[in-house]
Design a protein around this ligand. Structure first.
Ligand code: PLP
Length: 457
């Protein structure tokens, strides 16, 4: 009824933002070699670099921090976390880790190794890295419907079932696990349907293959299922998540996303033998079973966050405010991946700047423009991040030149987002003055973090 999104919380502790001028920012981004990763966070007005570990905790969570039990063994904070995760997932074995990738390293180094393959709707980059580091191969099979960035189809995070069946038919012996990433982060933050997950589950059972859910954003995904998948209108978000967990054999979570904390993760499993093997690795690389990679206080905060994140008002605010940003900049003529996902808006910078070819990095040009014009920090997800060179040092571009605007949870209000929309309107009026970029210095791996750029005159 009302167009204003009211944040379903009051603010009781604030962090000042330094309001830099455009002139200052032009100098600062030059000094940072036109790479926003090299900026100081104090020089950023609105930080949309990531939604990972950037949540604002609630007063309940901060209270939990104070009662954390820091005992080495048998901590009550672990018991609280264990109970919460068992109740949510239905899995009896809970291994706390310092963040998501530590849970991935434990599970996939045990299941992986040379000759093994893993199949996913899309492996997140740390997932792929841990699988490949074990010597195994990671294969992405997103639904073909994900390719159309304009269609209204709501579950572009789904897995391609035909390809899955073909892999299972030919290679079941070699498959370490099938992984459904919920929501599909690297695939544009798009949601995954229950129906698709049910079919993936049935196929895995039929061929006797382990099925794991990467559940970083399972609460956000539940919102999409309730509102866009038939038959779920009257289910609670938590029950939807529970049903999805019931289809799989285990879950890997980065608590830095939907557990609303700044650090933490876990691995939860159904099978005792697998849990025992992973527990051995947990003790060697993370810590004893009742804290793993976490302090007691962090386990308290995660247990509380996992409950808060399924709150109706919170999820309505969360998803509608991400959509609000996406719909408004789309209306302003900015090309975005559509429909808008749960945690981020993805802008197609290649379409926005058709005069800048891929080898002059239109996405990097846009992130610099966002910073100069508005002090907004975003990340390029295009040929800077994924481009490769051929034998003649010519760029093989990424399939699309995207820029991701990730929204931290409970951090910014609607007026912050309105400001971001206004900055995009300015950017739209200034398309032709924007120049391409060249890389003047780059490391061998993960170059987007530290590369140096210059503007092309
Ligand atoms: C963030 C993330 C991870 C890795 O978690 P970290 O806590 O950053 O180690 C794994 N999978 C997905 C889908 C993620 O978004």
């Amino acid at each position: 009824m009302f167009k204003t999104i009211i944040e379903p919380f009051k603010i009781k502790s604030v962090e000042p933002i330094y309001m830099s001028s455009e002139e200052e920012r032009i100098a600062l981004i030059r000094k940072a070699h036109y790479n926003p990763f090299l900026l100081h966070s104090r020089d950023v007005i609105i930080d949309l670099l990531t939604d990972s570990g950037t949540s604002a905790m609630s007063s309940q969570q901060w209270a939990g921090i104070m009662v954390g039990d820091e005992s080495y063994a048998g901590a009550s904070s672990f018991e609280k976390l264990e109970k919460e995760i068992q109740d949510l997932t239905g899995y009896p074995y809970v291994l706390p880790t310092h963040q998501g990738r530590a849970a991935e390293r434990i599970l996939y180094s045990y299941l992986g190794g040379k000759g093994k393959i893993f199949i996913s709707n899309t492996h997140f980059d740390t997932t792929r890295a841990n699988i490949e580091f074990s010597g195994a191969e990671a294969i992405d099979i997103p639904t073909p419907k994900a390719k159309d960035h304009e269609s209204e189809y709501h579950f572009k995070g789904d897995m391609d079932l035909e390809k899955l069946e073909s892999h299972l038919k030919h290679d079941a012996q070699r498959i370490g696990a099938v992984i459904q990433t919920v929501t599909n982060n690297s695939g544009g933050g798009q949601p995954v349907s229950m129906e698709n997950t049910r079919q993936v589950s049935a196929l895995c059972k039929q061929y006797g293959v382990l099925f794991v859910i990467d559940c970083c954003r399972i609460a956000e995904n539940s919102y999409f299922i309730r509102h866009f998948e038939e038959g779920y209108e009257n289910h609670s978000y938590r029950d939807i998540a529970r049903e999805m967990f019931s289809l799989a054999d285990g879950g890997v979570m980065s608590a830095k996303k939907d557990a609303l904390v700044n650090i933490g993760g876990f691995l939860a499993l159904k099978d005792q033998k697998l849990a025992d093997a992973c527990t051995n690795l947990l003790i060697i690389t993370e810590g004893f079973v009742t804290y793993g990679g976490l302090a007691g206080r962090d386990m308290e905060a995660i247990a509380i966050g996992l409950r808060e994140v399924f709150d109706d008002d919170y999820l309505t605010y969360r998803i509608t405010s991400t959509r609000y940003l996406g719909e408004h900049i789309r209306k302003a003529g900015i090309p975005v991946i559509y429909p808008i996902g749960g945690h981020a808006v993805y802008v197609d910078a290649g379409l926005l700047y058709p005069h800048i070819p891929a080898n002059q990095y239109p996405g990097q040009a846009l992130v610099c423009e966002l910073y100069k014009k508005g002090g907004i920090r975003a990340v390029e997800i295009g040929s800077v991040m994924f481009g490769k060179y051929d034998d003649n040092h010519q760029l093989i571009p990424a399939p699309v030149e995207l820029v991701r605007l990730a929204i931290p949870r409970r951090v910014y209000t609607q007026s912050h987002i309105d400001y971001v929309i206004e900055v995009f309107e300015h950017i739209k009026d200034n398309l032709h003055n924007v120049k391409g970029m060249k890389i003047v210095k780059e490391p061998k791996f993960l170059r987007h973090f530290t590369a140096h750029f210059e503007e092309i005159a």
